[in-house]
Design a protein around this ligand. Structure first.
Ligand SMILES: CC(C)(COP(=O)(O)OP(=O)(O)OC[C@H]1O[C@@H](n2cnc3c(N)ncnc32)[C@H](O)[C@@H]1OP(=O)(O)O)[C@@H](O)C(=O)NCCC(=O)NCCS
Length: 234
């Protein structure tokens, strides 16, 4: 049986945890199942270097791509990453790894998410990874992690952050549904973007505009999204 998770107490504990500057980024998620309201313990906290082995195991289990050793070190120790864990009974059961970067650091293939002239001094959030252990899925854990990051990037001091984006395999329908439920929109198709078991696989870029940010294509944008969806998502 999947244990129920207590978000209220997790937020309380999280608020008392290591980095007080980041405390108020966590809120209750409107998506959480009522199952989570009983006395139990889901905690949210930022990753630390001692989490590295658990994080490696989870990423190997969840993602078909391999991350370099240095990446694990960075996300568990470099404060530039927003590396948030959902913890149940001292075990990591969910992870969200994100960063906020200058818009001119957006990779070439994703430059089109913002108008470069209009948003030259802006920042963007990039979600590098999001995953939840299979027995805890469909209970709102990923939504809680995502809400925490959204809360962070929409705080008054982060109003320069105009969009959050991510990449997803075109065949990952669970993740696509998850992001669409959270109002991310399909932005572009990235042929052969991933290498999975030595084979090239296609990806999508999904974007959520925040803090008044908007896509560069005006009226054409919803049309392009419809075309991509018709072509690639059934
Ligand atoms: C995608 C993932 C992070 C979602 O985590 P989660 O904790 O189950 O998500 P939540 O419970 O917060 O949200 C669930 C919502 O997402 C969507 N969703 C999630 N899994 C789904 C699935 N298998 N089929 C259809 N919709 C799904 C639904 O809209 C669902 O809402 P519902 O339960 O009311 O129908 C999880 O499935 C996962 O870890 N997958 C493997 C790793 C991965 O692919 N990560 C994304 C990389 S880009």
């Amino acid at each position: 049986m999947v244990p129920s998770l207590d978000v209220e107490s997790s937020i309380q504990r999280y608020s008392n945890s290591k980095d007080s500057n980041r405390d108020n980024h966590v809120t209750t998620s409107p998506y959480l199942s009522p199952l989570f309201t009983s006395a139990a313990d889901l905690q949210l906290r930022f990753l630390c270097p001692s989490d590295i082995d658990q994080v490696k195991d989870l990423c190997k289990e969840w993602f078909p791509i391999q991350y370099p050793e240095a990446w694990y070190k960075d996300i568990t120790s470099d404060p530039r990453f927003y590396s948030l864990a959902a913890v149940y009974q001292s075990k990591l059961v969910g992870l969200l790894i994100a960063e906020v970067k200058q818009s001119d650091a957006i990779n070439k293939e994703d430059k089109g998410i913002l108008d470069g002239r209009m948003y030259s001094n802006c920042t963007v959030g990039y979600i590098l990874s999001l995953g939840v252990c299979s027995r805890f899925r469909r209970q709102g854990v990923a939504s809680l992690l995502l809400d925490s990051f959204l809360n962070h990037v929409t705080q008054s001091e982060n109003q320069t952050c105009k969009a959050i984006y991510l990449h997803v395999l075109t065949m990952n329908s669970a993740a696509i549904r998850f992001y669409e439920k959270h109002y991310f929109r399909l932005h572009s198709f990235l042929p052969y973007y991933y290498s999975v078991d030595g084979k090239c696989k296609d990806g999508f870029t999904y974007v959520l505009y925040i803090n008044g940010g908007h896509p560069p294509w005006g009226l054409l944008y919803p049309f392009l999204e419809k075309v991509l969806k018709y072509r690639f998502i059934h």
